[in-house]
Design a protein around this ligand. Sequence first.
Ligand SMILES: [Zn+2]
Length: 90
Amino acid sequence: MERNKLIYTVGDKCENPNCNHTYSLDVHHIIPRSKGIKAGGTNKLKNLIVLCPTCHRAAERGAYSPSRLRVWISRKRRFRHPNTIRNWKW
Ligand SMILES: [Zn+2]
């Protein structure tokens, strides 16, 4: 449910600015949860990015650095309403 809320909030499209696909969207952890909370592997919004399957696979392969992914999310979400998803749980 919260996953779908995030996808809605970012505009129902892949957050890669060069992509913008709208199908089969998934939420990717910029810092993997397996790295642990201290390393930043959290479910907080700043660690989550909506990606299509192609970009998700590329991100899993390490094609995009965490700092690059963070630029993508800040640029897209600036125009939306983060307060609507402030209190969600994962
Ligand atoms: Zn994409």
